[in-house]
Design a protein around this ligand. Structure first.
Ligand code: ZN
Length: 161
């Protein structure tokens, strides 16, 4: 069976940046099982996997536009330290849930802490980064109607939802 719309594929993958540093990998855990064609993977990886079958290996470089997007310098902002009320000590690298002007939830990363100002970056940590994927297709099966309805794969150990 080949990976097409409404199939569920299990993949082993390693993701590296252009310097060869491993950013993410399924090594040491269960393969990633996902519903194909529902935007559960970054678009560039989904289209590279389309048409592959069990046992196939795929190596692809996904540019930021087809990955986690380009970096947007407007998403870097200075906020007063008082906005972090209740947080004992703010350090670079910490992540917080924030909402933008449209009420959309966003993860922001603290990049710099000054005396009374904190610089936060709301870009995805992998925005602007070319993504080098090495993927092995472990299994491909048809999706159940419930999976298609939910827009994601069921692996059998999810919470009741
Ligand atoms: Zn579900």
């Amino acid at each position: 069976m080949q990976i097409t719309q409404n199939t569920v594929a299990s993949i082993e993958y390693t993701l590296k940046d252009n310097e060869g540093q491993v950013l993410d990998t399924s090594e040491g855990r269960e393969p990633l099982t996902y519903l194909h064609g529902s935007g559960n993977l970054v678009p560039g990886l989904e289209s590279a996997l389309e048409g592959n079958g069990e046992g196939d290996s795929v190596s692809v470089t996904v540019e930021p536009a087809e990955g986690f997007g380009e970096r947007d310098e407007n998403l870097i902002q200075q906020v007063p330290k008082t906005a972090f009320e209740g947080v004992d000590s703010i350090e670079a690298g910490m992540r917080f849930q924030a909402s933008d002007e449209n009420g959309q939830g966003r993860i922001v990363t603290v990049t710099e802490v000054a005396d009374d100002q904190v610089t936060v970056d709301a870009n995805h940590p992998l925005a602007g980064v070319p993504l080098n994927f090495d993927v092995n297709v472990v299994e491909v099966r048809a999706a159940s109607e419930e999976e298609i309805e939910h827009g994601h794969a069921h692996t059998g150990d999810e919470e009741d939802h």
